[in-house]
Write a protein that binds this ligand. Sequence first.
Ligand SMILES: N[C@@H](CCC(=O)N[C@@H](CS)C(=O)NCC(=O)O)C(=O)O
Length: 220
Amino acid sequence: MPPLKITYFNFLGPTEPSRLALAIGSIPFEDDVMEGDDWKAIKTGEKPNPSYWGQLPFLTVGEGDSATHIGQSEAILRYCGKLSGLYPEDPMEALKVDEMVQFLNHDVRERGLGRSMSIKDDDEKAARRKELNDEVLPAQFSKMSAKMDSSGFLCNGKLSIADLILYTTCSWIGMGALDGISADFIKANEKVAAHYKMISEIPEVAKWNSEKRAGKVPAF
Ligand SMILES: N[C@@H](CCC(=O)N[C@@H](CS)C(=O)NCC(=O)O)C(=O)O
């Protein structure tokens, strides 16, 4: 296996599920953290941008001149999931994972929480956050959790990259970084709260969190 390196900022974002997938699969990789000052120097043109797409994350597979650099967090996650056995080979099972991945990444994160971050007007932002917190997110999570079976995982009765996205999304919300969004709707959804606890207790996840995210990832 050629060496792997994931380059991203020192926060969860859309990259933590890939890091967790590799950790769970015991696939060695370099966790290459981009510091804020270095990124600033890149953005001002003082240093060349190492990312083809101009943004992070990107994955480096191999070393030196023959290394392959790949951007786009979802593509990286699917690759890490395949390496770790967390993305099914069976087309129907993969379809069910993709359904959840798209729902969580696009509907919950990008169209919901992500868009609310770019609202400039304070009152408008607070109103949208209230709507997300009180109505949209609880309804989305309730619809999603209704599909979970007795295994407690999101689909196919086993752990997949979709579970790692849900886990990271809940961690992000639980960190309280988004004004007006509280983890109460997660705690109130028994299936999602139990899912969060189950993923937290996977030994490789617990080890990753204690080594890399000490005191940051919440417990529900
Ligand atoms: N579609 C890309 C979006 C990447 C993206 O938005 N990256 C953000 C961090 S999550 C970034 O690099 N922000 C810094 C910047 O744009 O200067 C992906 O999913 O990888």
